[in-house]
Design a protein around this ligand. Sequence first.
Ligand SMILES: [Zn+2]
Length: 273
Amino acid sequence: MDYICPLCGNNDEKYIGYLNGKPYCRRCISFKGESASNEFYKPTHFYKADFSYSLSEEQEKISLEVLQGYKDRKNTLIYAVCGAGKTELVFKVIEYSLNKGGRVGFSIPRKDVVIELALRLKNTFKNNKVISLYGGHHEDLNGDITVLTTHQLYRFEHYFDLLILDEIDAFPYKDNPTLEALFKRSIKGNYVMMSATPSKRIIDEFNSPNHQILKLFHRYHNNPLPLPKILIGFSFVKLLILFYKLNKFIKENKPVLVFTPTIKESENLYSIL
Ligand SMILES: [Zn+2]
């Protein structure tokens, strides 16, 4: 039987099951639900983004390169350190795509980030319909900007004129061929991927015609990433160092997070502190 899954393209016998003699894809078993309609819609406003912040010179340069890449029908990989302000780098291209009547998707593996990002996009694109989709939340499937978990991409086929995928190195997207197939299937135009640690495979994929890699290794405030220091010593000495450090940070009015490897150690430390 030559069955190919229409969702993810799987044709591996191991992942094909049969129900009443009909084949189905085991890889896509969790992707059940309503799909977005593909009918054409016209933009009603001129979409002007409300940028309530300023970009650093380097961010400005990269966001223009992302935009130019999109105009040239290229897919872009933004390779940027954590804290570089990756999200802001795509606001210009989003604005451009909306003004061309495009449908924009912004996909992230984690649901909590979807909720947070949708709020942020609502504040930036005030005249637009921004919707969010994640497990257990999918009332509305058509918006100007759809913010969604990578899982929810199965609802869209050949749909997004601009699709942005952030945290490509995070679970569950990383090394998941089904989610990757769903991502590619949902695109109509071009895509922008963002990562702090892209794999060699991803870099190779973007080192090809109609693709570009943009690098940003400085953070917005230009401070380098803090490197952790390791101190090995007796518990008593570690406690003294901790007291000293905590005093210092408290005096400077800085918030502190103390992390311990076990719950028990956390409780002990809590009662001492
Ligand atoms: Zn499938």
